[in-house]
Write a protein that binds this ligand. Structure first.
Ligand SMILES: *Cc1c(COP(=O)(O)O)cnc(C)c1O
Length: 380
């Protein structure tokens, strides 16, 4: 028997266990979205698929609250949208100011450095929103910087930053903005045009409640002009906006760039249809009300929140792990005995906090009650 013979591996089909996904993503996916994805695959240059692409662009404009012509789902996880935003705006030698108050700001800085940019870090406290005063000072100290980048909804800490103010400060300083709202979109107000943001990106597996693997992005006209005015080509072929637009924007004459994940886009269309049918305001209110119930239940169980109330993300709740509770074994019991996934801490917060997601489809009263009962049971 060799390693490649049929007897060397299992030929059983994979069947995922039933899970309630209450971590930092992915969130639960509605059966309607799963059913949409299970429809028969069609060609990515089929006119019917072209119609679907146009429809998704319109849905994303509504979700992002933008009129930006360049708004589409990147065929990639959200980290690659982060990379796209930074590597398309930044050329080697350009300066970028990055506000960092968690894991994802640090990832932005790493990407920008690898792109040859000079990174000015505005280091903030984890669990606190980005401080506009610190950002204002950094903008004054580096007036030649091209871009301000920050995370709107820091999934590693549960803190919400004031995107409108940060974008205004950057605009007043003549800089463009890159805004990560991977966890924000669909859960808290996002208003790209009102913010005057330049490049904003999200992901499908957080509050949009579609399976992971796609990343909605939107580029302002100013950002598109800046990309067109580059002195050097974007180093990444795949992330070159001009080439991608030939595929997503080439009305009537779309040219092949890559093969879009056709079935994943069936699912995204359905998840956006559900979100927009509910209404953005209604979805934000549902996240807020369900968060308040969760906060009440967790406080009854003796938990303390990491983030001060005004800056909490309703869709991503962070609490200190109580003394005497073992982090990983307790989360494992929640998973094994109750089928509930919650998240642990990242970086300096590893082993210290839990991250409890109420994202999109997961954000329901009955899920809060199920989790509260399970936590009470495992704590004994
Ligand atoms: C989840 C997340 C990402 C990365 O998304 P992936 O799809 O895992 O690449 C980026 N930024 C924030 C704030 C996130 O929460």
């Amino acid at each position: 028997m060799n390693a490649f013979s049929k007897n060397a591996f299992s030929t059983a089909a994979f069947s995922p266990p039933a899970r309630l996904l209450m971590g930092p993503g992915p969130s639960n996916v509605a059966p309607e979205v799963l059913a949409a994805q299970a429809q028969a695959t069609i060609g990515h240059l089929d006119p019917a698929f072209g119609e679907l692409m146009e429809s998704i662009k319109d849905q994303l404009k509504a979700a992002f609250r933008t009129h930006n012509r360049v708004t589409f789902p990147l065929s990639a996880p959200a980290s690659l949208a982060m990379e796209m935003a930074l590597v398309t705006l930044l050329e080697p030698g350009d300066t970028v100011i990055i506000a960092q108050n968690g894991v994802f700001g640090a990832r932005m800085a790493e990407i920008a450095r690898r792109a040859g940019a000079v990174v000015k870090l505005v280091a903030g406290e984890w669990g606190r929103p980005v401080d506009p005063h610190d950002v204002r000072s950094a903008l004054a100290e580096a007036p030649h910087a091209k871009v301000l980048a920050f995370v709107h909804a820091e999934t590693s800490t549960g803190a919400l930053s004031d995107a409108a103010t940060l974008c205004r400060l950057a605009r007043e300083a003549g800089m463009m903005t890159v805004v990560d709202t991977v966890t924000g979109l669909g859960g808290v107000p996002v208003s790209v045009d009102e913010w005057g943001a330049d490049v904003v990106y999200s992901g499908t597996q957080k509050c949009l409640s579609a399976p992971p693997g796609l990343a909605p992005v939107t580029f302002s006209d100013r950002a598109v002009a800046a990309v067109k005015a580059r002195r050097t080509p974007v180093q990444s072929w795949f992330l070159d906006l001009g080439l991608i637009l030939g595929y997503w924007d080439g009305e009537g004459a779309r040219s092949y760039h890559h093969t879009a994940p056709v079935n994943a886009l069936f699912g995204l269309h359905e998840s956006l249809r559900r979100l927009l049918s509910e209404g953005l305001e209604a979805a934000w209110a549902r996240h807020w009300e369900t968060h308040e119930l969760l906060a009440e239940r967790l406080e009854e169980l003796g938990f303390f929140f990491v983030v001060d109330a005004p800056y909490r993300l309703p869709q991503l709740n962070t609490v200190w792990i109580p003394q005497g509770v073992d982090d990983a074994p307790t989360r494992r019991r929640l998973l094994d005995e109750f089928g509930i996934e919650i998240g642990g801490g990242l970086g300096p917060l590893a082993g210290k906090i839990w991250r409890i997601g109420l994202m999109g489809e997961t954000c329901r009263v009955e899920n809060v009650e199920r989790l509260a009962e399970a936590i009470a049971a495992v704590r004994g």
